[in-house]
Design a protein around this ligand. Structure first.
Ligand SMILES: [Zn+2]
Length: 446
């Protein structure tokens, strides 16, 4: 199974460059957008959005605990969690349920003859609610039961957090257990001989990690168009371990990519509010304040054009934005940090969100099928989902109509110069230099 090849195999081009097709660009955008490295492979194969699947589509697999052969080093919560799970009596059975695409917990319970009424009680526990409602393919749920009556349920939320529900005298209680993870830094270095992807394999770097690196440098390097033979990368990254077992890779702490002789470097810094960003050695943010396109699109169906004939009204009407065609329900993401100043229906625009960014820039997102959770007046961060692609209002097919305005004047979102994101705040500058100095040194060592 080599799901990534489709998107990344064009990462090297000979000197006679061709313009990338929209779908090539789309592929990389999509790949770069994956943020759940462990399940990235599965997600890529089976879904065109990273929204959790809630639709019923039964094809469940439930294995007895001892027959489990996880393909990823995952942890059997039973083996290490001191809890009531181990105090179950001889009449109890334990099963590990692996979630398949689109499955709901209710279906999985039904298929395995587990008590639905127990499930509905558990699903209402405040600690458990969100972790039982949304399941992702590959998730593991460990259930101990007595003839279908639930004794305990455990779900790995991620490498660190485990939801555990146990039945006691007074009914079910839920808690989130923190599991111990050891983090240590690893380094990898590669030189591109044929493709970035092969160089990564050669260096023993996981697909998710190289995608992560491409995401960090996406603002400066087009990994489809710009990569050449002889380019090199160095990554200093976290490895997560528990009890001598590698769980997976954590975050990239620092990275360098040398592209056609130019070096790009970035290190991760977390401020006191827990916000993580990547900065250059000089303290510049590697990001721009805005993404160029706020959706993973399949093609541009209409460009910015002051003299366009409107496809529905058939009159000359300026087209003051860009139309990005994408399947209905594709997430639409805030182009930059900002505040929701409009959220509602706007004539031909249908369901529309307008964001205010700083004093003078606004962005508009139209024709949504539905809104995501951020309400009028709330703050959003770059990349946060604010709605979903649709064709509400006057539209001939599902697409996002996107506008970018500076001081009220419409500008072409595809060509307008984008301001850089905020540099390292002055109060963190000293701390940043102190904490990143050893990382830059490690990069130098390669
Ligand atoms: Zn439009």
């Amino acid at each position: 199974m080599k799901p990534y090849y489709g998107g990344i195999r064009h990462d090297y081009k000979n000197e006679n460059n061709k313009t990338p097709t929209v779908s090539e660009r789309h592929s990389l955008w999509f790949l770069c957008g994956l943020v759940i490295p462990i399940f990235a492979v599965t997600l890529f194969l089976i879904t065109d959005s990273d929204e959790p699947q809630l639709l019923p589509e039964a094809d469940s697999r439930a294995l007895p605990a001892q027959e489990m052969a996880p393909s990823f080093p995952s942890i059997n919560p039973l083996a290490e969690t001191p809890s009531n799970l181990q105090q179950t009596n001889i009449d109890s059975d334990t099963m590990i349920i692996i979630v398949d695409r689109g499955e709901t917990l209710e279906e999985l319970f039904r298929d395995n003859s587990l008590s639905i009424s127990d499930l509905s009680v558990m699903a209402r526990l405040p600690q458990a609610e969100e972790h039982l409602r949304i399941l992702l393919p590959g998730d593991q749920i460990t259930v101990t039961h007595n003839d279908g009556q639930i004794i305990s349920l455990a779900r790995e939320i991620d490498e660190v957090n485990l939801l555990e529900i146990t039945k006691g005298e007074k009914g079910f209680t839920a808690e989130i257990l923190k599991r111990k993870v050891d983090t240590h830094l690893e380094g990898a270095h590669g030189i591109i001989q044929s493709s970035l992807f092969e160089a990564a394999q050669e260096a023993g770097v996981s697909d998710a990690l190289i995608m992560n690196m491409a995401e960090i440098f996406q603002w400066d390097i087009d990994f489809i168009q710009d990569v050449r033979i002889g380019d090199a990368f160095t990554i200093i990254f976290e490895e997560l371990w528990r009890d001598g077992v590698k769980l997976g890779d954590g975050n990239i702490s620092a990275a360098e990519f040398v592209n056609q002789g130019t070096s790009f470097r970035a290190a991760r810094f977390i401020d006191n509010n827990g916000n993580a960003n990547y900065f250059t050695p000089e303290g510049r943010n590697v990001r721009k304040a805005f993404t160029r396109a706020p959706v993973d699109f399949t093609r541009i169906s209409s460009n910015f054009d002051p003299n366009r004939r409107h496809p529905v009204l058939n009159t000359i009407r300026a087209h003051r934005g860009v139309d990005y065609a994408a399947p209905t329900r594709t997430p639409i993401r805030a182009a930059g940090d900002g505040k929701v100043i409009f959220r509602g229906v706007r004539n031909g625009y249908g369901n529309t969100v307008i964001l205010q960014h700083g004093d003078n820039i606004t962005t508009l997102y139209a024709h949504m099928s539905r809104f995501a959770s951020p309400k009028l007046g709330s703050r959003v961060v770059q990349g946060q989902t604010i709605g979903f692609v649709g064709m509400s209002g006057l539209a001939t097919g599902p697409h996002l109509h996107y506008e970018y305005r500076i001081n009220g004047v419409h500008r072409n979102p595809r060509t307008v110069p984008l301001p850089p994101a905020d540099p390292i705040p002055s109060e963190y500058r000293e701390d940043f230099q102190k904490r990143t100095a050893p990382l830059w040194q490690q990069l130098n060592a390669y």
